[in-house]
Ligand binder design. Structure first.
Ligand SMILES: Nc1ncnc2c1ncn2[C@@H]1O[C@H](COP(=O)(O)OP(=O)(O)OP(=O)(O)O)[C@@H](O)[C@H]1O
Ligand SMILES: [Mg+2]
Length: 247
């Protein structure tokens, strides 16, 4: 397996507060990588740096051999990288269909002179419907986002993330706040929609981590404490002391 995403020596300070102090890890194509660690460890900050929302204080990110460091978020998105947010970022007044369609449109608008071609609206609508179905929202496609249940809103976020056809998906605590039943549904949906793609998932819920991840990196005090397959992480004494033991 080749290195698909290489995170090298990432440091991040927020006006003196050292949040990341040399984060290193690599992800292979189609790998499912989980990032775990205590509250405030810097997991979301790391995602903000990978997606281009924040600039690292130092360090580099290579995606398919290209250095992303100087590339803004929309360029990273065009290269195939998409994230969903820990905080719900859905247009509440728009329907499920409209929310997903705006992403499908922007993706296609970026590619070529899409709107001039006949049939393109039909194709956009078909792709939008297909994504709504993939995330389990076809039955509520024409319902405003504001009327969805919490679990459905989170599913819609993933639908919006998929709308730009990403190959690398970053999910920040996709099951946070969900009931057991919603979590179980979310796991199987995430498993399905990320098939054939590369996934990095931040999660506190160990059931989610152990059912989805091929590899786990533990972020602790701004650095990666351990990266390994789930069984090794589960039995790693340092990880137990630092994190799993706290549960
Ligand atoms: N924009 C910012 N400005 C200043 N400090 C920030 C900013 N974003 C994050 N921090 C700080 O960086 C640290 C790490 O925060 P971060 O949100 O990355 O942690 P996390 O691992 O995602 O935590 P959680 O599990 O609670 O989501 C915290 O101390 C936080 O207050
Ligand atoms: Mg976070």
């Amino acid at each position: 397996m080749t290195d698909y995403l290489c995170i090298r020596e990432i440091h991040k300070d927020f006006s003196g507060l050292k949040v990341l102090t040399g984060v290193d890890f690599t992800v292979s194509e189609k790998q499912r990588q989980a990032v775990i660690g205590p509250n405030g460890a810097g997991k979301t900050t790391l995602f903000n740096i990978i997606s281009g929302r924040f600039k690292a204080s130092s360090g580099s990110i290579l995606f398919k051999g290209q250095d992303l460091s100087a590339k803004p978020a929309h360029v990273r998105n065009r290269l195939g990288l998409a994230r969903s947010f820990q905080i719900t970022n859905v247009f509440q007044e728009l329907t499920v269909f409209e929310n997903i369609r705006s992403g499908v449109r922007s993706r296609n608008g970026l590619r070529y002179n899409f709107f001039r071609k006949p049939d393109n609206n039909r194709r956009i609508n078909e792709r939008t419907e297909a994504i709504a179905e993939e995330v389990g929202l076809k039955g509520v496609m024409h319902v405003p986002a504001s009327a969805l249940s919490y679990g459905q809103q989170r599913a819609l976020e993933i639908g919006i993330t998929l709308s730009t056809e990403p190959e690398l998906i970053l999910l920040d605590e996709p099951t946070a706040g969900m009931t057991r039943e919603e979590t179980a549904q979310a796991i199987s949906m995430i498993d399905r929609v990320t098939a054939g793609r590369t996934l990095i998932i931040i999660e506190h819920d160990m059931d989610v981590v152990f059912s989805l991840a091929d590899t786990i990196s533990v972020l602790h005090y701004g650095r990666i404490l351990a990266s390994d397959v789930p069984e090794k992480i589960r039995n790693d004494q340092r990880v137990k002391d630092a994190y799993l033991g706290e549960e």
